[in-house]
Ligand binder design. Sequence first.
Ligand code: IMP
Ligand code: MG
Length: 181
Amino acid sequence: MYRMSEKPLIGADKICERVATLAREIVAVYDYDILLSALTGAYMFTADLSRELAKAQGVKALQRKIAFIKASSYGVSTESSGNLTVTGLEKVDISGKKVLLVDDIADTGSTLLGLLNMLRERGAKEVRSCVLLNKQERRTVDFKADFVGFEIANEFVVGYGLDFADDYRTLPEIWTLQETD
Ligand code: IMP
Ligand code: MG
């Protein structure tokens, strides 16, 4: 059994503020062609981030595309299995493009490393990655996100798009999930 922490780990206002700052940090250094979002976990972050990016880009926002892929690893558990399945990538024109890859969290790093390799194989000119959350302690592969919203400890978190077996996704804050007996 699991239960939510009594208070959010990161409140909605704090997320909102950080996402706006993060967008300005990205726009200052990376003139990407396409934002590629990894569903489902990144859906809420992507909506907020893309809006803040457009505000920071001004007229340049007119040339920026957005596309979605679905990246999932099997199993209903708090441990990702590392068995990566990606759908929707075949419909996205990646060749010769500068990609901003957006995901909810870098945990072991295997999802994002797998995605980076796929995008390079498909001829992306450049790929930089952006995650809302980074759990550095959990890393098992050589992956480093270029842009990070928040560094967090080795805890399972839910809310703001992140789920546990499809629950808790729609909460506006990020909460810690704790195991009970
Ligand atoms: P990876 O281990 O870095 O490949 O992460 C795979 C996926 O596991 C992430 O994209 C998330 O969807 C999910 N995940 C990892 N850690 C958490 C967490 O703390 N809460 C919810 N989902 C998580
Ligand atoms: Mg995910």
